[in-house]
Design a protein around this ligand. Structure first.
Ligand SMILES: [Zn+2]
Length: 79
């Protein structure tokens, strides 16, 4: 009986280890999308105007009217 209990506990732990990271990553995606809320959107994508940490122009495309992609939203001038 003890063996059966231990196996169930192990399976439960494995499920938690697999499910929780998936849930966490989907939450992160939602937060990334939420950062675009309130930003005027263009009909067509333009290239992000931000300069990356490497000193080169960001290659991401964005529809944000201020020209900053979701990665560089924090660099956008505040109104
Ligand atoms: Zn960018």
């Amino acid at each position: 009986m003890k063996k059966t209990f231990n196996i169930k506990k192990t399976v439960f732990t494995l499920i938690l280890c697999f499910i929780l990271p998936i849930l966490a990553s989907s939450c992160a995606d939602d937060q990334a999308q939420n950062t675009n809320e309130g930003v005027p959107q263009l009909e067509t994508s333009i290239r992000c105007v931000a300069i990356t940490a490497q000193g080169v122009r960001c290659k991401n495309m964005t529809k944000n009217a201020d020209g900053y992609c979701h990665v560089h939203r924090s660099q956008a001038p505040k109104k």
